[in-house]
Design a protein around this ligand. Structure first.
Ligand code: ZN
Ligand code: ZN
Length: 217
């Protein structure tokens, strides 16, 4: 897929292929926004059959801004997390940050991962309801972040974007679209994932959040 293809927006190819996973390690990078680490771990544990555990990266990964923009360079930070995952022997490693993430081609990304990679990166910065004129809701931010994490874990497991609009592997360019797709894998994605990662959604699916959302001025 080309770089202009939305399917390539947050995932590029790393010819490693899916590997068996025993746990998901969650590392908070430079703090969270809109929710807390315990709430996020609980939300992720509720959606995944694998053990989810916090890890502290020491030294913390280098944070590099995207040139000319008030954002972290998502690809550079993902590279640091991949190095940390290999050094720790922990795959997958998920870095979560409250800082806004960007890449040169897109104004922002919710997350970043490479197909078959060792680590994923997710930001809670744009998952906060107050950014869209709604009241703060740490539990909603945790559920949204868990959905984004599962999406990126799907990429690590080798899944590309899914055409099922109610599958968490469906591409979403906005919080509203992410809420619509929900935080569950469709049956066909679920069966292709590492054993135990996540149960498939029921037939009805489920959306997150109180949308419709409108960006505040
Ligand atoms: Zn994606
Ligand atoms: Zn799917």
């Amino acid at each position: 897929m080309g770089t202009g293809d939305p399917a390539a927006r947050d995932a590029s190819t790393d010819p490693g292929g899916p590997r068996p996973w025993s746990s998901i390690a969650l590392a908070v990078v430079d703090g969270l926004a809109g929710t807390g680490p315990d709430q996020l771990l609980a939300a992720l544990s509720a959606r995944s059959g694998l053990a989810c555990r916090p890890v502290t990266l020491a030294p913390p990964p280098l944070l590099e801004p995207l040139a000319g923009r008030p954002q972290l360079d998502a690809d550079k930070l993902l590279g640091r997390l991949e190095e940390a995952a290999r050094a720790l022997g922990q795959v997958p490693l998920v870095g979560v940050t409250g800082r806004d993430l960007g890449v040169p081609l897109f104004t922002f990304v919710f997350g970043r991962a490479r197909l078959g990679g060792a680590a994923a990166l997710v930001s809670t910065a744009r998952l906060r309801p107050e950014l869209y004129g709604q009241v703060a809701d740490p539990s909603l931010v945790a559920r949204r972040a868990a959905g984004e994490i599962l999406h990126e874990l799907g990429h690590l497991a080798g899944r590309i974007h899914c055409e099922d609009p109610r599958c968490v592997m469906h591409f979403a360019a906005s919080v509203e679209a992410a809420d619509l797709r929900g935080d569950r894998f469709c049956p066909s994605c679920a069966t292709a994932l590492p054993p135990g990662l996540a149960p498939a959604r029921d037939a009805a699916g489920e959306r997150l959040g109180p949308s419709p959302l409108r960006p505040s001025a």
